[in-house]
Design a protein around this ligand. Structure first.
Ligand code: HEM
Length: 498
């Protein structure tokens, strides 16, 4: 008891010092004349995000909406001044024309704490990133995508069987399960070199468990992400890795096995894994870099794929007129192709493309882009200078929902992507796969496997809401920890076989 009072005083003094230190840069945006919200000590404008009461994209959206018509908005995340870019011309300059000044993500962990994650292509920096990007790009060439198409179609059929096998007697099924299994299996097959068979087993496969375990976001990982982005001192104090380093040896063992199998029996058609393996074989990349790139694809590809399919099915269930139109297009294509839709036809399906685009407009799984200024920089069409090291955020989710760029922006309306309307949309107002040289390397692969899953599902089932289906966005639960838009609802839907 005698010690309690002095201890309390020490804690209070420490807090007061920290609070005072946190405000040192709170004059930044005022001095530069950039509109911003008033910050509070320690937290700036990010109290809810720091306590994981709102996701980072929610924080950005709140600030974005507060300043309509402004090209730039400032915010304080913890002690750090962060620039929110609203002007599409500035987005273009920063991500494309002046890319050499903004080549890196801030979301790039220290190799010291995150040995594997720091070597993900997404996290690599400068020349190391450039070199790896050039080496990995051929994995996503048109020839390779076409070669992977039969395997992707096969997974689409497995998805149909998975839905059929798991749907309840009332025709209801939680869509999240099959979509997650599909996402895992597609990437496992094309990028990890194994058949995970998650869609064929009742229980999640060991591979699926190991993948989800390795990148599970609890409170500590959420805080570490926030700190990595905005509070470097806290990040270094926490030392929490975002990716659990091969927590089980299972993934490592599987990868060794699949590598050996590929060496012994090269596949008839080449896939992403084949490209990565050949980089290792030729000595161009080390074993560690090889493992990191394989994991990059698994982590970057499976959840993004799964959630996009889930949200598309939710939208189609609630818009039966769109679903009917899509099914009519798919049936016509199926008949014209003699039963099996070809790779070429998949890319010609206009309405499927419109549904795909509209889903990703409303639900861009990666809801913001981050860049770091590598030197002092004068913002386009202004005399505002930002300092080297400033974190610049492009609020993709908010841009996609801005009435300045889209009429009735919260409405699911695939028609806005019809050829006669799409030209009215500024290309920079649509950024689900990012922008510039750092854009998603897997975008065309994602396009193919998401469309393939949708076509198999919609040709085989009429999807409709059931009593438990969320009726509106207000009923969705979005994970406040993840840096992705992770909808936590299981998304039960009614599946009527056709
Ligand atoms: C709906 C699906 C997907 C979405 C919405 C998506 C979105 C994104 C976004 C926004 C970025 C950052 C771009 C930027 O900063 O400008 C990115 C990067 C990346 N994505 Fe995707 N992605 C998807 C699927 C995939 C798939 C299937 C793969 C691989 C199989 C993949 C692999 C990657 C990689 C490796 C990067 C880092 C690229 C680099 O820094 O050079 N993504 N993705």
């Amino acid at each position: 008891m005698a010690l309690l009072l002095p201890l309390l005083v020490v804690v209070l003094v420490l807090l007061a010092v920290l609070a005072a230190a946190s405000t040192l840069r709170y004059g930044t945006w005022r001095k530069k004349g950039v509109p911003h919200l008033t910050p509070v000590p320690l937290f700036g404008n990010s109290m809810l995000a720091a306590f994981q009461r709102e996701p980072i994209f929610g924080m950005l959206d709140r600030v974005y909406r507060h300043f309509p018509g402004q090209p730039y908005v400032g915010l304080y995340a913890g002690p750090s001044p962060v620039l929110l870019v609203k002007s599409l011309d500035a987005v273009k300059r920063i991500t494309i024309k002046d890319f050499h000044l903004f080549p890196n993500h801030k979301l790039s962990p220290e190799p010291h704490y995150d040995k594997m994650f720091s070597k993900f292509l997404f996290c690599m920096m400068d020349d190391e990133w450039k070199d790896m990007r050039v080496r990995v790009s051929p994995a996503f060439s048109s020839g390779r995508l076409k070669a992977m198409f039969p395997s992707i179609r096969d997974k689409g059929e497995q998805l149909v069987e998975c839905i059929r096998g798991n749907v309840g007697p009332d025709g209801v099924l939680s869509t999240n399960g099959p979509c997650t299994r599909y996402g895992v299996d597609v990437i496992a097959s094309c990028a990890f070199g194994i058949e995970a068979w998650s869609m064929r087993t009742k229980e999640p496969s060991p591979y699926m468990n190991a993948v989800s375990e390795s990148f599970r976001f609890e409170f500590a990982e959420g805080l570490s992400t926030f700190a990595l982005l905005f509070v470097p001192a806290l990040y270094h104090a926490l030392k929490v890795p975002l990716l659990k380093e091969w927590r089980s040896t299972l993934l490592k063992d599987l990868l060794r096995e699949s590598s050996q199998l590929r060496e012994r029996e090269p596949p008839a058609s080449r896939d992403i894994f084949d490209n990565l393996l050949s980089l290792k074989r030729s000595g161009d990349v080390s074993q560690h870099l090889f493992e990191a790139q394989v994991m990059t694809m698994q982590v970057a590809g499976s959840e993004t794929t799964a959630k996009t399919i889930m949200m598309a099915l939710w939208m189609l269930a609630r818009h039966p007129e769109c679903q009917d139109k899509l099914r009519a297009e798919l049936r016509a294509a199926q008949t014209a192709d003699g039963g099996n839709i070809t790779y070429e036809t998949l890319h010609d399906l206009k309405y499927l493309d419109m549904v795909f685009k509209e889903t990703l407009r409303l639900w861009p799984v990666m809801p913001w882009l981050d860049r770091v200024a590598t030197q002092d920089y004068v913002l386009p069409d202004s005399d505002i200078k930002i300092e080297k090291g400033t974190v610049v955020m492009v609020p993709v989710y908010s841009i996609h929902r801005d009435p300045e760029h889209y009429a009735d922006p919260d409405k699911f309306d695939p028609e806005r992507w019809a050829p006669e309307n799409a030209d009215n949309i500024n290309k920079l107002a649509y950024l689900p796969f990012g922008s510039g040289p750092r854009t998603c390397i897997g975008s065309r692969f994602a396009d193919m496997n998401i469309k393939s899953a949708l076509l198999s599902t919609i040709l085989n089932f009429r999807v409709s809401p059931c009593a438990e289906t969320p009726k509106s966005e207000a009923e969705l639960r979005v994970c406040p920890r993840s840096f992705l838009v992770t909808v936590l609802n299981d998304m039960p839907l009614h599946f009527q076989p056709l």
